[in-house]
Design a protein around this ligand. Structure first.
Ligand SMILES: C[S@@+](CC[C@H](N)C(=O)[O-])C[C@H]1O[C@@H](n2cnc3c(N)ncnc32)[C@H](O)[C@@H]1O
Length: 220
């Protein structure tokens, strides 16, 4: 685990109680894009088995649970899982505390692997491992769903402090307590996303909004 990985982990462990504020800001464009994505996601997972990787407080988990057959939700942070467990769900949900690089569920063959707001934190130099992990966890017909931020979603909280040796963008993020963390957070334009995914996956849908991008990827 690199210094930035452990800083990211500390940041999210401490952020768990306040994390969901991001979904409820008074920002109509953000709200509209999130609502539209929730509808698309609920249609995608109808009757499916889902693995929600880095599930956080369960925002997308709760929405998927309205139509999915069953979900396994994994996150490395016990604080995030504690928050997610407080919610009620529309289908059976099992929680696993695990690093997404070592989820002990290889071979389970999930219909959908979901990654909400994770890709931007994943180091550029480590995508092959992430894509291998996703493939190992997916059914042969399975798809991957992701959503993540574009820069306009960040507003004033985007404080880039430069890049690391691999070209990853580093930003400063502050919690309500005032404590500041330096974390890895990359942003992409649409052509970059298409290039990144096209080698390994079939791009079934890519929605590039103002505040967010989302994608559904199938195996080639
Ligand atoms: C931006 S939050 C996303 C939460 C949720 N998916 C969502 O969309 O609201 C990132 C999550 O990744 C988790 N996380 C950080 N490092 C991780 C790792 N190595 N393995 C699994 N989860 C990790 C954090 O605990 C946090 O819950």
């Amino acid at each position: 685990m690199s210094r930035n990985d452990s800083e990211l982990l500390k940041y999210y462990r401490n952020r768990a109680p306040e994390y969901e504020q991001i979904y409820y800001r008074d920002a109509p464009q953000r709200r509209a894009e999130l609502a539209a994505e929730a509808d698309r996601l609920q249609q995608l997972v109808v009757g499916k088995t889902v693995l929600d990787l880095a599930c956080g407080t369960g925002y997308w988990l709760q929405r998927m649970s309205q139509t999915a057959a069953g979900i396994v939700a994994a996150d490395i942070s016990p604080e995030m899982i504690r928050e997610a467990r407080r919610k009620s769900y529309g289908c059976p949900v099992d929680f696993v505390q695990a690093d997404l690089n070592q989820v002990p569920l290889v071979g389970h063959g999930f219909d959908v692997v979901a990654l909400g707001f994770w890709f931007s934190h994943h180091p550029l130099q480590d995508y092959d491992r992430l894509f291998d992990t996703i493939e190992e966890l997916s059914a042969p017909h399975g798809v991957v769903w992701m959503i993540d931020n574009n820069l306009p979603a960040e507003g004033l909280t985007h404080n880039s402090v430069g890049t690391d040796a691999h070209g990853n963008n580093l930003i400063a993020r502050r919690l309500d307590s005032g404590r500041e963390y330096l974390i890895l957070k990359n942003y992409f334009d649409e052509p970059q996303l298409r290039t990144l995914f096209a080698d390994r996956f079939r791009i079934e849908r890519l929605t590039y909004g103002v505040c967010y991008w989302s994608v559904v990827l199938g195996s080639k």
